[in-house]
Design a protein around this ligand. Structure first.
Ligand SMILES: Cc1ncc(COP(=O)(O)O)c(C=O)c1O
Length: 504
């Protein structure tokens, strides 16, 4: 007969676990089905959310029955969250979770492998390796590359930055540090549209943010490669070391793609590491509709992609790819005496900054198997098509101005009919900035649809990014009418204050 094991406060017997799990899955299924009928978000103050969730109390000394605890917590989350799985969520670059990914995270937590070392996670390590290869294949990158799952785009870019730093410094920078070059500075180049991860990377890697050369952009917001070349030549003449050039495959503000092939060629000439930030747009390379420039990511020494964006993985899932796997080991591995890990197997602890690691790959791997490359090509292409449809709907609306459309991002702003002829006038532009800022605030709090903002050539605009497999044509076509209705109200409220400035 099976002896009863140790009974500890956290233990749940199998029957209780089963019934709690079934109840939770029932609640989740109902909730996910009801999402389109709910507002995208609720207009609540932080203090109201804290009060509703009873989050001001002290640490409880005694426990709570798990059934009511789980049930009420789920309900509170449903009532006080922003839902990026809502079909009208177009903010930032945050995707709805693939349902199979939700279940995958549940399964991963139950098996709980530590994917730092092969011996602690035989199946999980091998699944992560295959996930990395499949991701590379999907975007047209070398399938024999090295790589690993990380928490998101920032970390994926950081890992590649560290790999570049160790590879291109011509001294042992890991041991001697950045100051050992005797005043000679490592320089990194990127376009002015690059995401803020680059500042964190330069800072955390000890180079300082002043090591970054911000290269101007062309009219289409892609990097001006002539300016890149001149910046590198100036630094070389000054005795500095241009070690890294970053091309962006889909900028955070507008989805602009840098001329990756040309950047790659300049890197070759100067011996610089070529990194592509594909956190947002990298997966669009899988689509036949992708801009041709995107294909240039295949030339890169490293690429960062973000499965929690355009592979619709539940947060968190980023992925760093490095052409030569040894470059990751050369940047990260140490061999302390207290680890006895098989050298011939992949021990991910040697390939990145983390020690203990969760099984992030499972949700991505399951989704890739669930829908295949064809499924992803279709969803990504549809997202881009919907974004173009939104741009068309905006262009058809006289009170809206379409500013950009790239990949799946459309930017636009509200321009009152009587000010249309005066666009460009400084006082009018100031009014439009204030108007669209307030309009965004109301849109975001209103719950009908959720967009975010961008600042393009100094002007404040609304920004809809579609990485959302729940969104339909009807959803995107609803956006212009909402923006115009709110825009008119805000304009009427702001106009008395701005009127004197507007009348010339
Ligand atoms: C181009 C780009 N790079 C990096 C990031 C950072 O990604 P994450 O938020 O997953 O860290 C983003 C996020 O939007 C991005 O758009």
């Amino acid at each position: 007969m099976k002896q009863p094991g140790r009974q500890s406060p956290l233990s749940l017997d199998a029957a209780t676990f089963r019934s709690l799990g079934h109840r939770l899955v029932d609640q989740l299924a109902d909730f996910l089905e009801s999402l389109p009928e709910r507002p995208v978000t609720h207009d609540a103050l932080p203090s109201a959310v804290r009060a509703a969730l009873d989050l001001e109390g002290p640490l409880p000394e005694q426990g709570t029955a798990p059934g009511p605890l789980l049930e009420s917590t789920a309900q509170l989350l449903f009532d006080h969250s922003l839902f990026n799985a809502h079909p009208r969520f177009f903010g930032y670059i945050t995707a709805p979770p693939a349902p199979i990914g939700i279940l995958g995270d549940f399964l991963a937590a139950a098996v709980n492998p530590n994917v730092g070392a092969w011996i602690l996670s035989p199946a999980a390590t091998e699944i992560e390796s295959q996930t990395v290869r499949w991701i590379a294949e999907l975007i047209g990158y070398a399938v024999d590359c090295g790589g690993l799952m990380v928490s998101g785009g920032n970390m994926a870019n950081l890992v590649c930055f560290w790999a570049a730093r160790a590879a291109r410094a011509d001294w042992n920078i890991r041991e001697a540090g950045v100051t050992a070059a005797g005043g000679r500075r490592l320089r990194a180049y990127c376009s002015a549209e690059t995401h803020t991860w680059i500042q964190k990377a330069a800072d955390l890697a000890g180079l300082g943010t002043s090591s970054i050369r911000w290269v101007p952009t062309r009219a289409d917001l892609g990097m001006d490669v002539g300016a890149l070349r001149r910046a590198i030549e100036t630094d070389v003449a000054a005795g500095d070391l241009p070690f890294l050039v970053i091309g962006t495959a889909g900028s955070v503000s507008t989805g602009a793609v840098d001329p990756l092939r040309e950047i790659g060629a300049i890197c070759k000439e100067h011996g610089a590491w070529f990194h592509v930030d594909g956190a947002y747009g990298g997966f669009a390379a899988a689509s036949p509709d992708a801009p041709p420039d995107l294909r240039g990511l295949g030339d890169a020494d490293s690429v960062a992609v973000d499965p929690h964006k355009w592979l619709y993985a539940p947060l968190e899932a980023g992925c760093a790819l490095v052409r030569d796997p040894e470059r990751l080991r050369a940047a990260f591995s140490y061999h302390p005496p207290y680890y006895h890990f098989e050298e011939r197997a992949t021990n991910y602890v040697d390939y990145g900054p983390q020690n203990s690691r969760g099984f992030r790959a499972l949700k991505v791997w399951l989704a890739l198997r669930h829908v295949g490359a064809a499924g992803y090509r279709r969803m990504i292409s549809e997202d881009m098509r919907l974004s173009r449809a939104l741009a068309e709907a905006v262009r058809r609306t006289p009170e809206l101005e379409c500013v950009t459309q790239d990949l799946s991002i459309t930017t636009f702003r509200y321009v009152p009919a009587d000010l249309r002829a005066s666009v460009g006038d400084e006082a009018v532009e100031r009014h439009l900035d204030a108007l669209n800022r307030e309009l965004l605030d109301r849109l975001q709090r209103g719950g009908e649809a959720f967009v975010s903002n961008a600042v393009i050539r100094g002007r404040y605009v609304l920004r809809a990014c579609i990485v959302n497999f729940h969104t339909s044509l009807e959803d995107v076509e609803a956006v212009p009418a909402i923006a115009v209705r709110l825009g008119r109200t805000v304009d009427a409220q702001l106009r008395p204050a701005d009127q004197t400035n507007l009348s010339r």
